[in-house]
Design a protein around this ligand. Sequence first.
Ligand SMILES: *Cc1c(COP(=O)(O)O)cnc(C)c1O
Length: 355
Amino acid sequence: MNQSTPPLREHFASDNYAGMCPEATHWFLEANNSGHQPGYGEDIWTQRSTDMIRELFQTECDVYFVFNGTAANSLALAAMCQSYHSVICTAVAHVETDECGGPEFFSNGSKLLTAEADSPMAKLGKLTPAAVEQLVVKRDDIHYPKPKVVSLTQATELGTVYTVDEVRAITEVARHRQLKVHMDGARFANAVAALGCHPADVTWRAGVDVLCFGGTKNGLPVGEAVVFFDRALSDDFAYRVKQAGQLASKMRFISAPWVGLLEDGVWLRNARHANAMAQRLYQKVRGLPGVQVLHPPEANGLFVQLQRPVIDALHGKGWKFYEFIAGGGCRLMCAWDTTAEAVDAFAADLAALAR
Ligand SMILES: *Cc1c(COP(=O)(O)O)cnc(C)c1O
C-alpha cells in the first residue's frame, strides 16, 4: 500500500470482506477452549449445529459442512446428476460464471444449460417456469445431455429475491419434468430476511431438494452447510466431501460458529441489517445525476450504472466494489457489519462526484 492510499475501511465489494460476527467468534473460541475433541465432524458442535439446522427447517434433513460455496454447489450438483445429465440455471448463476467449472468437474461432465439472458426476469437474475420448460423441451434425443436439475440462486446474483410463489412455480415444472431442485443459498439468510417467511416455506415446503446454506457471507469465518431435504440424494455424500478435500479434520472450527449464527436468530438479524444497509444506500443514491439504479435492491446488494470517471474517482478515494458482475453495473454489497456511517460516507462521496 503506498502512502496516498487511504486506510482500509468498510467496503462494498463483497459481503465476504467482513469478518466474523461476535456470536460466531464466541463459539469459535469456545470450541478451542475445550481441550481435545474428536476430528472429522465427530465432535459435539458438529452434532449440535446439525441438530439446530434440522430444528430450524423443522424436518429431518441431512447436513454436511464444507469450506466454501463453490464446493457446496459443485458437490451437491454432482450428487444430483450423472455425468450425462444437465443442470438448468441462469446465465449469471454463480455455478456458471464463478466456480471455474467446479460443477462440471465434480460431476464428471454434467453440462450447465443457461436460460435465455434477455428476458425481463433474466435481467433480475431469475429463472422462470417458462425458461425451465423451454430448455427441457428444446431437445429430447439421445445426443443432448438430459436435464436433471434446476439450480436457483436465493438471493440471486443480482440482489433480487425469488418469492415463495416464484420458487413453487419453478419446482412445479421441475416435478412435472422429473427434475430435482438445487438452491444456491450463499445469501439464503438475506433472502429469508427479505421475504419474512419461514425458511422451510421457501425451501423443502416449496419443493427444493437440496440447499447450499451460506454462512461465510453472513458472519462466519468459513463454512457452508449442504442441506439435503431429499435424503436419498445424500447417499455416499460424505465420501464426495472427503475426496474433494472438503472434509475438515478440525470440523469443530467450522461447525461451532454455526451454533452462534443459529442461536437466537442471529443469522436473520445479521441478514436484516445487511439488507437494511442496502436499502439505505439505495435511498441515498437514487436520483443522483449520472447514477442509474438497475433495479431496487431486495437483499443486501445494490446494482448501479455509473460513469467511468466517477467509478475511477470512487476507487481513488479507496472505495472497493466490483464492476464485472451485472453486465456493466457496479455492485455495492452490504454485510452484516456495514455501518450506516460507511453507507452515508460512500453516498456523500458519490453525490459530490455525480453532480
Ligand atoms: C459467494 C457465492 C458463492 C460461494 O462462493 P465461494 O467463494 O466459493 O465461497 C456461491 N454462490 C453465490 C451466488 C455467491 O455469491
